[in-house]
Design a protein around this ligand. Structure first.
Ligand code: NDP
Ligand code: HSE
Length: 445
């Protein structure tokens, strides 16, 4: 320890929510206090905590050996927003009580650190406006990709660039599920339970598996990358619940892995903002991001492609991002440099309302699996449906199957417009009414 901490200024923190991330934050803040002081130049001390179960919370704090300065525990989170604190750390989640507490704290001129992507994606605009009016900071590194400092990279590290696109695996739960299904042949429900037990999943796991959580994160990243308002309501979102193990096996056989990707592209006619499962070539770096790990690839005109990789969920990895934000806020308070970095990377009056494209307008490649009757002419109908839409076929897979009236035909297309693919699928449906048609986008990035 190089600094004499006796005369150091103390920054008082109110922490609301002592669940997976809240506990990790308190633990790491206390355990690494000396190292954090060396970086921040002040003591960061949690003085107030809100949690619904006061007794349980009190005993968690009492048992935390590294936590020597015991915070006051409140059952009502609004009391923390009204307490004598400098910064409020919101780790409750959701858009109800968390929103009320943040609004109250901002009105009381407290700075905000939050990991709440749902709140930022849905109410970021109101929150940033209120914060600007009250001259306080709102920071949210932990809201995207857990411990991976992707917000900092987009907001500061890549400021020189015209960013063309970004693509990421930003939901640990779904990446964990897809990886375990692929590598160990485990079933969806069992792996989801394990992800919940490990603290990766949202309190409502449908947010994870239906792609909503990745949608929140990708909408936030798109805003920071392109200087557009956060437009979660315009994002195209598809989760992983329809992915079957046979699709993973066919993809493997054809040289691909299936991942849930969040993609944002700045194209000449608008922004692509889409979150869906996608086939990626096996050798692609994102195809090799497994378990609860996250990775985001960002392509800028000056820097080229860059990659940000690390633990996207869990107690201490997320606490790492929360505390990094706290240190940033403390430095800005100390240096009287509030507002040095705009919340969405671009100056507030420089955000541009570039339209988000409808998914039918995008162009990419496609994997189609059709479960069809094993009879003459079936393949001809499928290929002519694609030909009518001017869609070129890059690969076809059909296995000889004994004693089965229905067979799987797998097709990989060349680049095609989504609308044309949908037309072809509709035509096939009308002509031969397949038992199953699965369409998964294939990305080469
Ligand atoms: P948890 O559900 O584990 O924790 C939330 C905590 O908030 C619980 O302890 C809950 O208490 C408490 N809480 C709920 N309502 C109130 C209230 N009215 N007053 C005080 N406390 C309340 O969630 P996480 O820690 O996993 O997530 C917190 C935030 O971090 C969310 O926004 C999440 O999206 C985000 N996040 C989570 C990551 C992760 O890996 N888990 C990673 C990145 C971000 P009770 O125990 O009584 O329900
Ligand atoms: N539920 C989220 C995930 C937590 O699984 O990635 C991290 O934001």
């Amino acid at each position: 320890m190089l600094l004499d901490t006796h005369d150091l200024k103390t920054i008082k923190v109110g922490l609301v929510g002592l669940g997976t991330v809240g506990k990790g934050t308190l633990e790491v803040l206390c355990r690494n206090q000396a190292e954090i002081i060396r970086r921040a130049g002040v003591k960061i001390v949690v003085t107030h905590i809100a949690s619904r179960d006061v007794q349980k919370t009190q005993s968690i704090i009492d048992n935390m050996q590294s936590c020597v300065q015991k915070p006051k525990v409140h059952a009502n989170a609004i009391e923390v927003a009204n307490a004598d604190i400098d910064v409020l750390v919101e780790l409750i989640g959701g858009c109800t009580i968390a929103k009320d507490v943040i609004f109250q704290a901002i009105k009381n001129q407290k700075h905000i650190v939050t990991a709440n992507k749902a709140l930022i994606a849905n109410h970021g605009k109101e929150i940033f406006e209120l914060a600007a009016k009250n001259n306080v900071l709102v920071v949210f590194e932990a809201a995207v990709a857990g411990g991976v400092p992707i917000i900092k990279a987009l907001r500061e590290g890549l400021s020189a660039n015209h960013i063309h696109w970004l693509a990421g695996i930003v939901n640990g739960t779904t990446n964990f599920i897809l990886s375990e299904m692929d590598q160990k042949g485990l079933n969806f429900e069992d792996v989801l339970k394990e992800a919940q037990a490990l603290g990766y999943a949202e309190s409502d796991p449908t947010f994870d598996i239906e792609g909503i959580d990745a949608g929140h994160k990708t909408s936030i990243m798109a805003s920071l990358a392109f200087g557009i308002p956060i437009q979660f309501d315009k994002a195209y979102i598809e989760g992983i619940t329809k992915i079957q193990s046979c699709d993973m096996a066919y993809a493997n056989e054809l040289g691909y892995k299936i991942k849930l990707l969040g993609i944002a592209k700045n194209s000449s006619n608008g922004i692509e903002l889409r979150i869906h499962p996608a086939l990626l070539p096996k050798e692609h770096i994102l195809a090799n991001v497994n378990g609860a790990m996250n990775a985001v690839m960002v392509s800028g005109d000056a820097v080229g492609q860059t990659l940000y990789y690390g633990k996207g969920a869990g107690s201490e990895p997320t606490a790492s991002a929360v505390i990094a934000d706290l240190v940033d806020v403390v430095r800005d308070i100390n240096n009287h440099s509030l507002g040095r970095v705009p919340p969405l990377a671009f100056q507030n009056d420089a955000l541009i309302n570039t339209p988000v494209l409808d998914i039918s307008e995008i162009n990419t490649r496609y994997y189609l699996r059709l479960k069809v009757a094993d009879k003459a002419g079936t393949m001809a109908i499928i290929t002519s449906a694609l030909a009518q839409q001017n869609i070129s076929i890059r690969a076809v897979l059909q296995k000889e199957q004994q004693n089965k009236s229905q067979i799987d035909i797998i097709i990989l297309t060349d680049i095609a417009k989504e609308n044309d693919v949908n037309n072809a699928v509709e035509y096939i449906n009308q002509k031969i009414n397949p038992q199953d048609i699965v369409k998964i986008r294939l990305e080469l990035l």
